[in-house]
Design a protein around this ligand. Structure first.
Ligand code: ATP
Ligand code: MG
Length: 478
C-alpha cells in the first residue's frame, strides 16, 4: 500500500492534511512522482505533491489548520500553494495544487487554466500514465483511470491519451519521456515512441534552460544508455544537441570494413557515459569527450586511423553546445577542461616525474577527481587485460598525486617555535642546538602529540628536551 511506503514524517503530514481537508468537505490526493516511486518501491522523493478539490484561498486556510509551519503561494495562475512542515533538518516541502485542466488555444501560446474540474480531469492533463495515479490521503485508495499501475508493472512509459496531441501541447514532455527511461529503466510504449519521433522538431519551442535541466537529469540517470538511445532513435538528439549529430550518425554506418578496427564512436560514447559516476560535469564530459573525432579523422600512409587534435576540437564543441543551452559558467568550464584533458591520464606510467603529475593536476584544478573518473570510465575494450591495465594506470596516477599532496601537507607542518623564539626563551646563542629542538617539536606535531599553534606547551616541552639533552662537551681551551 502506497501510504505505508512513505517515511514516518511524510505519513504524519499526509494524515494531518487529510483530516483538515476532509473535515472541511474537500478532497485531498497524493499525486505525481511520490506515488510512482512508492508503487515501484524505490526511495520516495523528499517533497510531497497533492491535488485537491479546494480552491487556492481555501487551500491556504486548510494547510494552516493542518499545522503547516510556513505557507507561500507558488503560482496563483497554476493554482499551487506551497507549505513547509517541521524545521531543519527534518523539514518537508509540500505542494498542493487545485484540480485543474489546461486549455490549449493553439500551439504557440501558453495554455489557459480552468479550475472547475474533477480529479479525473486533473489526472487526464498529466504526461504519462505512471504519473497520472492518485492516492487518497486519508484512506490510501488508488484512483488510476489510465492504467498507470499496470504500466509501472510492465515498466512502460506511455503518454496519457493521444500521444501526438500531448507532445504538441507541451514539447517538454518529449524530453521528460527520455529522462524517465534513463531514471527508471523503463522502455517506451511503441505508439508513444512513434509520436515522439513525429513531434521531435517541436522541441525547438522549449527554452534552452529547461532543455538543459532535463538533459542533465537524463545524463545522471542509472539507465543513461537507454535514455541516450531514445534521444537518438527519436531524432530528439538532432534537435536538442545538433553538435552531436556527426557522432550519432556513426551508429547508423557500418565502418567496420572501410576503416578497419575502429569501433563505433556512438556506442563507445554511450558506454563511457554509463560507466562514469552520475555527477553532472563528468557525465556531460563523457558525452562530449569524443565529439571532436568525426571532424578530425584522418588516415596515415600506413593505413592507420588517427584523430589529431580531437581533444581540442571536442572542447570547442562542448563550449558551443553548453553555451547555447545557457549552462552556468562552472559547468561549462569544467566540461570544456575535462574534454580537453581526457586523454592525458591514460598516458601515465612510472616514468612520470613528480612535476609532470603536478602539472596535470594544476591544469585540471578543481576538476581533478572528475578527470580521473572520466579517464577510468573511458575504457570499453572487450579485452579484460586491456581494461585492467587502464584501471591500474589511473589508480597509479591517483596514488602518485595523493602522495604528493601528503608530502606537501607534511612540508607545511612546522615547529610552533622558530630559532629566534628559542634563542630568546633560553638565552642561548645560535648553534646546532636550535635545529635539534625544532626537529623534536616538529616530530611531535607530525605525530599529532602537539598542536601546531600551541606555543605554551611547545615552550615547556622544549625546556624539558634541553634539560634531558646531554650537555655539550666542553671544548678544550675554553
Ligand atoms: P520528479 O519529481 O522525480 O522529477 P515527478 O513525476 O514528480 O518526478 P514533477 O516535475 O515534480 O515530476 O511533476 C509532478 C507531476 O506533475 C508529474 O508526475 C506529472 O503528473 C505532472 N507533470 C509535470 N510536468 C508535466 C508536464 N510537462 N506535462 C504534464 N504533466 C506534468
Ligand atoms: Mg516531483
Amino acid at each position: 500500500m502506497v501510504l505505508d511506503r512513505l517515511t514516518p514524517l511524510q505519513r504524519d503530514i499526509t494524515r494531518q492534511a487529510a483530516e483538515a481537508f476532509n473535515e472541511a468537505g474537500e478532497e485531498l490526493f497524493l499525486v505525481g512522482g511520490i506515488v510512482r516511486n512508492a508503487i515501484l518501491d524505490i526511495a520516495p522523493p523528499a517533497d510531497l505533491d497533492y491535488a485537491t478539490s479546494a480552491p487556492v484561498a481555501r487551500t491556504r486556510e486548510l494547510l494552516e489548520r493542518a499545522g503547516a509551519d510556513a505557507i507561500y503561494l507558488v503560482g496563483e495562475r497554476f493554482g499551487t500553494v506551497g507549505a513547509v512542515f517541521g524545521s531543519l533538518p527534518e523539514r518537508t516541502n509540500v505542494e498542493v495544487t487545485s484540480y485543474r485542466r489546461e486549455v490549449y488555444p493553439d500551439e504557440t501560446r501558453f495554455p489557459d487554466v480552468a479550475f472547475d474540474v474533477t480529479l479525473e480531469d486533473d489526472l487526464a492533463r498529466r504526461d504519462f500514465t505512471m504519473n497520472a495515479i492518485a492516492v487518497d490521503a486519508a484512506t490510501g485508495e488508488i484512483v488510476d483511470p489510465w492504467g498507470g499501475e499496470a504500466d509501472i508493472a510492465l515498466a512502460v512509459v506511455r503518454a496519457v491519451g493521444d500521444p501526438d496531441q500531448r507532445f504538441r501541447e507541451d514539447p517538454l514532455r518529449l524530453l521528460r519521456a527520455a529522462r524517465f527511461v534513463s531514471q527508471l529503466g523503463f522502455r517506451l510504449d511503441w505508439a508513444t515512441e512513434q509520436a515522439m519521433a513525429r513531434q521531435a522538431e517541436s522541441l525547438s519551442r522549449i527554452s534552452n534552460e529547461r532543455i538543459l535541466v532535463e538533459l542533465t537529469r537524463l545524463l545522471t540517470g542509472p539507465y543513461v544508455d537507454h535514455g541516450l538511445d531514445v534521444l537518438r532513435r527519436t531524432g530528439l538528439l538532432r534537435v536538442a544537441m545538433p553538435e552531436l549529430e556527426p557522432l550519432a550518425a556513426e551508429a547508423e554506418l557500418d565502418l567496420s570494413d572501410r576503416l578497419g578496427r575502429e569501433k563505433d564512436l556512438w556506442d563507445h560514447t554511450v558506454r563511457v557515459v554509463r560507466q562514469a559516476p552520475p555527477r553532472p560535469a563528468v557525465r556531460w564530459a563523457a558525452l562530449l569527450h569524443d565529439a571532436g573525432k568525426p571532424g578530425t579523422r584522418g588516415i596515415d600512409a600506413a593505413g592507420e586511423i588517427h584523430f589529431f587534435g580531437h581533444e581540442r576540437a571536442g572542447a570547442a564543441i562542448a563550449q558551443r553546445l553548453l553555451g547555447r543551452l545557457n549552462a552556468d559558467k562552472a559547468l561549462r568550464s569544467s566540461v570544456r577542461s575535462l574534454v580537453e584533458l581526457h586523454g592525458r591520464p591514460a598516458a601515465y606510467d612510472e616514468s612520470w616525474t613528480d612535476s609532470a603529475v603536478r602539472r596535470l593536476a594544476l591544469e585540471a584544478g578543481p576538476d581533478w577527481e572528475d578527470l580521473l573518473d572520466l579517464a577510468a570510465a573511458d575504457v570499453t575494450s572487450a579485452r579484460a587485460w586491456k581494461r585492467r591495465e587502464a584501471d591500474n594506470r589511473v589508480a597509479a596516477l591517483r596514488e602518485h598525486f595523493a602522495r604528493l599532496q601528503e608530502e606537501a601537507e607534511l612540508a607545511k607542518l612546522e615547529s610552533p617555535l622558530d630559532g629566534d623564539d628559542l634563542m630568546r626563551l633560553f638565552g642561548r646563542p645560535p648553534g646546532p642546538w636550535i635545529k635539534g629542538v625544532k626537529e623534536y617539536l616538529r616530530e611531535l606535531v607530525i605525530d599529532g602529540g602537539l598542536a601546531p599553534g600551541d606555543r605554551e606547551r611547545a615552550e615547556r616541552l622544549a625546556a624539558e628536551f634541553l634539560t634531558n639533552e646531554p650537555a655539550p662537551r666542553a671544548r678544550p681551551g675554553r
